[in-house]
Write a protein that binds this ligand. Structure first.
Ligand SMILES: NC(=O)c1ccc[n+]([C@@H]2O[C@H](COP(=O)([O-])OP(=O)(O)OC[C@H]3O[C@@H](n4cnc5c(N)ncnc54)[C@H](OP(=O)(O)O)[C@@H]3O)[C@@H](O)[C@H]2O)c1
Length: 431
C-alpha cells in the first residue's frame, strides 16, 4: 500500500521527540500499518540551525504554509502550541482536506468542537491524544477502551509541574517559593509559571477529558480553579496527621443535575492509589457505572513520552486514511452544550487550616460560625510548640455543601485574630 506522508510543524520538545520516533521506529510502524509512515516536510523558524535526524529528500522550511500546501502531505502534525498560529495551521490544513494531529490542549479545549466540525466538513480527521497527560493514552481509553461504560467520576493529576512541586514540599518540607525556584532552575517549571501553578493548564486538560468522558462541551473558564501557591509544608504536616496527602486534583463528577468540575489542591487518603503519584508523573482514575474503577499512570510530559502519543495518533489517522473510516477525537459524534453545576453545590468533607494570633475562645468562635451554617466539626488538630503570635491549627469538618463552607470561611477571614483567610481544601474520600 502507498506510504502516508506527514508534515511536522514545530520542532521543539514534542516535535523533536515525534521526529526521533518517526525516524528511529519507522520499521516497526510500517509493520503495524502494512505501509510506511514517511516524513515529507518539517518546519520551524529555526529549522536550518537545529540538530535534526538525517532527513534525505525532506522539505525543510520556515514557512508552515509550504508544509500545508505540500502536495504529498496527507497529515499535518501541529506541534507549535498556543491559540494563534496553531489555529491558523490547523484550519488551513483541515480546509485543504488534510488530517491533523496535535498536542495542543489550550486550543483544543477552547475550539476543539469547531475544529472537528471543520475536519468533518472537509473529509479530514483530527487527533489530539498528546494534549492531555502526555504519554498516558487516556483519550484512547475513554474513546475506545471503556467507551462501553457510563462514566460517573474522573479524577486526574494532570499537571506534572504542580505534582513535582507538591511532592517536593511534602518530602523536603521546603516552602512553595523555594521549590518553585529550584524547579525553574532544573527546567521543570517555566520562567512564567502561572499556567501551571495557578491551575490553568490543568483546567484545559480537564475540559478536554470532560468532553471525552461525558460528551459535554466545557468552557475551561467555567471550571472552578485554584492553584497550589497557598499549600505549605504545614498543610502536609496536618494532612499526614490525618493519614492523608495533598495533590492538585482535577475532578469531574456526573450528578443528576449536571457536571461538577474542579481543579484544586485536595486532601486524599495516603492509602489511595493516587497518593502514590509523585514527582512529574500524571495519573487518571476513572469510575464507570458498570466497569467500576480503572487507573492510568505515566509521564505527563517530555519529548519522548509525548512524542509517542503524537506518533500513535499519526498511526491511527494513517490507518483511517487508508481504511476509510474516521473517529471523532471527542469519542462522541457531537458534544452537547451546557454549563457545569456551581462548585458551591459540592458536598464533601473539608480541611480548614487557620493561622491566628492566639487568644481565649478562638475555637468557640469558629465553632459557632460553623454551627450557624449547619456544619459539624469532625476534628481539631494542633501541632505542638507553634508560635502563639502566628499559631496554625486545623479543623476538619463532616460532609457539608461548599457554599456553606465558603460563607463560613469568608466570615472567619474577617475575625480580628485571623492572620490570613483560612485555607479550605476538600477531603476526597472516594479515591
Ligand atoms: N512539552 C511537553 O512535554 C508537552 C506535553 C504535552 C503537550 N504539549 C503541547 O505540545 C505543543 C508543543 O509544545 P513544546 O513543549 O514542544 O513547545 P516548544 O518546545 O516551545 O516548541 C514549539 C515549536 O514551535 C515552533 N514554532 C513557533 N512558531 C512557529 C511558526 N510560526 N511556524 C512554525 N513553527 C513555529 C518553535 O520553533 P523555534 O524553536 O524555531 O522557535 C518550536 O520548534 C504545545 O501545544 C504544548 O502544550 C507539550
Amino acid at each position: 500500500m502507498k506510504p502516508v506522508k506527514i508534515g511536522v510543524i514545530g520542532l521543539g520538545n514534542v516535535g523533536s521527540g515525534a521526529l526521533a520516533i518517526l525516524t528511529g521506529n519507522a520499521q516497526s510502524l510500517a509493520e503495524k500499518l502494512g505501509f510506511p509512515l514517511e516524513i515529507a516536510a518539517v518546519c520551524s523558524p529555526s529549522v536550518n540551525t537545529r540538530e535534526l535526524p538525517a532527513l534525505p529528500g525532506v522539505l525543510k522550511t520556515t514557512n508552515w504554509r509550504e508544509v500545508v500546501a505540500h502536495p504529498e502531505v496527507e497529515i499535518v502534525a501541529e506541534l507549535v502550541g498556543g491559540t494563534g498560529t496553531a489555529r491558523e495551521i490547523i484550519e488551513a490544513a483541515l480546509t485543504a482536506g488534510k488530517s491533523v494531529v496535535t498536542a495542543n490542549k489550550e486550543l483544543l479545549a477552547a475550539a476543539g468542537p469547531e475544529l472537528w466540525a471543520l475536519a468533518v466538513a472537509h473529509g479530514a480527521s483530527l487527533a489530539m491524544e498528546a494534549s492531555v497527560a502526555g504519554g498516558i493514552p487516556v483519550h484512547t481509553v475513554l474513546r475506545d477502551g471503556i467507551s462501553g461504560d457510563r462514566i460517573e467520576t474522573l479524577f486526574g493529576i494532570l499537571n506534572g509541574t504542580c505534582n513535582y512541586i507538591l511532592t517536593e514540599i511534602e518530602q523536603k518540607g521546603s516552602a512553595f517559593a523555594d521549590v518553585l525556584a529550584e524547579a525553574q532552575r532544573l527546567g521543570y517549571a517555566e520562567a512564567d509559571p502561572t499556567a501551571d501553578v495557578d491551575g490553568f493548564d490543568a483546567r484545559s486538560k480537564l475540559a478536554i477529558l470532560a468532553g471525552l468522558a461525558f460528551g459535554q462541551r466545557v468552557d475551561p473558564a467555567t471550571i472552578y480553579t485554584e492553584g497550589i501557591r497557598r499549600v505549605s509544608p504545614l498543610d502536609f504536616a496536618y494532612a499526614h496527621t490525618l493519614k492523608h496527602t495533598i495533590r492538585l486534583i482535577c475532578a469531574a463528577r456526573r450528578t443528576p443535575t449536571g457536571l461538577l468540575l474542579s481543579v484544586r489542591p485536595s486532601l486524599l487518603p495516603q492509602s489511595a492509589i493516587m497518593a502514590g503519584v509523585t514527582g512529574a508523573y500524571n495519573a487518571v482514575w476513572v469510575k464507570g457505572e458498570f466497569g467500576q474503577d480503572t487507573f492510568y499512570y505515566g509521564r505527563g510530559a517530555g519529548a519522548h513520552p509525548t512524542g509517542v502519543a503524537v506518533v500513535s495518533d499519526l498511526v491511527r489517522v494513517a490507518r483511517e486514511l487508508r481504511g476509510g473510516a474516521r473517529t471523532s477525537p471527542f469519542a462522541h459524534v457531537q458534544l452537547a452544550s451546557g454549563e457545569p453545576r456551581p462548585m458551591e453545590q459540592l458536598r464533601s468533607s473539608y480541611y480548614l487550616r487557620f493561622r491566628v494570633r492566639d487568644a481565649h475562645g478562638i475555637i468557640a468562635k469558629l465553632a459557632g460560625i460553623l454551627a450557624a451554617k449547619g456544619i459539624s466539626i469532625d476534628a481539631v488538630l494542633q501541632l505542638p510548640n507553634e508560635p502563639k503570635e502566628d499559631l496554625p491549627f486545623v479543623i476538619t469538618v463532616e460532609p457539608a455543601e461548599e457554599g456553606a463552607i465558603r460563607a463560613a470561611v469568608a466570615e472567619m477571614a474577617a475575625l480580628d485574630f485571623v492572620i490570613e483567610p483560612p485555607l479550605a481544601m476538600p477531603i476526597e474520600k472516594g479515591l
